[in-house]
Design a protein around this ligand. Structure first.
Ligand SMILES: NC(=O)c1ccc[n+]([C@@H]2O[C@H](COP(=O)([O-])OP(=O)(O)OC[C@H]3O[C@@H](n4cnc5c(N)ncnc54)[C@H](O)[C@@H]3O)[C@@H](O)[C@H]2O)c1
Length: 316
């Protein structure tokens, strides 16, 4: 049976599938050519990340397709219910990348509180001629320890983020309309562990209390943070969005950064991917990454292995 991994697949997944006698095709087929390609190659399993869209045209016109697999969490690029109605299995790997995304959140937070996002832009240009001025500009850093991290959404990635924050000595507050409390197990390298309980509070309370706010919600119909929510935050609050483009109102964010209400923000995801707005790209108070939350070797290996296990279980 043939598997097309249209947005790539880690070696761990390829190896496991080939050992189970699947043929893995790593061609990246253009969206408009996918239906023809799937049919002419009799593909049984289509694996995607976020780039390839799997809509009704593919689901209706590719009779050989038995499984659609998403390497990652959000399945907004797949018509999941429709596919399932048509008897196609839809699988994903919801937990595989949580820790990688949480670490990226902290890469941005550490970066912002010490101005690394700006310093890395300016040192190559002016590090030799304006060293002292740059030193002065970036001299008012702060520590994360002792500050309050507000989480909007405390599912898998929210919890992984909370664990890192607690380990650093931050206070963690969280809002999640579907979760009242979480009991976190924070594991250390030698298998010692401590347990920590967080009771969720209202969104307003989180916005009012947090020095740093990180979003960990699924794609939504409405903005989770817009002008009204920015207004409730502490002056100079700092925001991270490594969830989904469209959960933060980017226009309101730029306004809040310009007014100084929000001091800095970090974005890994954008409303207009893959062409984010120029006002975001050029803003010196934004720390930016191109949707790389799950892009670590470890996460991709876990994704590959988990997808292969599920495919083998369903089809063998
Ligand atoms: N940056 C990346 O590369 C990357 C990688 C993986 C996942 N993600 C994204 O991260 C997000 C979170 O993933 P997860 O695995 O933690 O999902 P999850 O389903 O485990 O957790 C999401 C939580 O959000 C809560 N929630 C829903 N609507 C909410 C709202 N309006 N306000 C507050 N909470 C709300 C849910 O109750 C749930 O507990 C998803 O959007 C996912 O697509 C991004």
């Amino acid at each position: 049976m043939k598997v097309l991994a249209n947005d790539g697949l880690a070696k761990s997944g390829i190896k496991a599938l080939e050992e189970a006698a699947f043929e893995v095709d790593l061609t990246t087929v253009a969206q408009e050519k996918l239906v023809d390609y799937l049919n002419s190659n009799e593909i049984s399993v289509l694996l995607v990340r976020s780039a390839t869209k799997v809509r009704k045209d593919i689901i209706d016109n590719c009779p050989s397709l038995k499984i659609i697999g998403r390497g990652g969490v959000g399945m907004d690029n797949i018509d999941v219910e429709y596919a399932r109605e048509k008897g196609i299995k839809v699988i994903n790997t919801p937990a595989a990348s949580s820790h990688s995304v949480a670490e990226l959140v902290f890469a941005h937070l550490f970066s912002m509180v010490r101005f690394l996002h700006e310093s890395n832009r300016n040192m190559p240009l002016h590090g030799d001629s304006k060293f002292k001025q740059l030193k002065k500009s970036y001299a008012k850093g702060i520590e994360l320890r002792g500050k309050t991290l507000g989480l909007i959404g405390i599912g898998r990635i929210g919890q992984a983020t909370a664990k890192i924050a607690l380990g650093l000595g931050m206070k963690v507050v969280a809002f999640d309309p579907f979760i009242d409390a979480v009991n976190l197990e924070i594991e250390f390298f030698d298998h010692q562990a401590v347990f920590f309980n967080i009771n969720t509070i209202s969104k307003e309370e989180v916005l009012e209390q947090a020095d740093f706010i990180s979003l960990h919600v699924p794609a939504q119909k409405e903005y989770v943070l817009s002008e009204q929510e920015f207004g409730m935050m502490k002056d100079g609050a700092c925001i991270v969005n490594a969830a989904r483009g469209g959960v933060i109102d980017e226009t309101a964010l730029v306004n809040a950064l310009e007014s100084g209400k929000i001091s800095k923000a970090a974005l890994d995801v954008f409303e207009n991917e893959p062409t984010p707005k120029i006002q975001l790209l050029m803003n010196p108070n934004l720390s930016l990454t191109p949707h790389i939350g799950a892009a670590t070797g470890e996460a991709q290996n876990r994704i590959g292995t988990e997808l292969a296990q599920q495919i083998i279980e369903i089809l063998n």
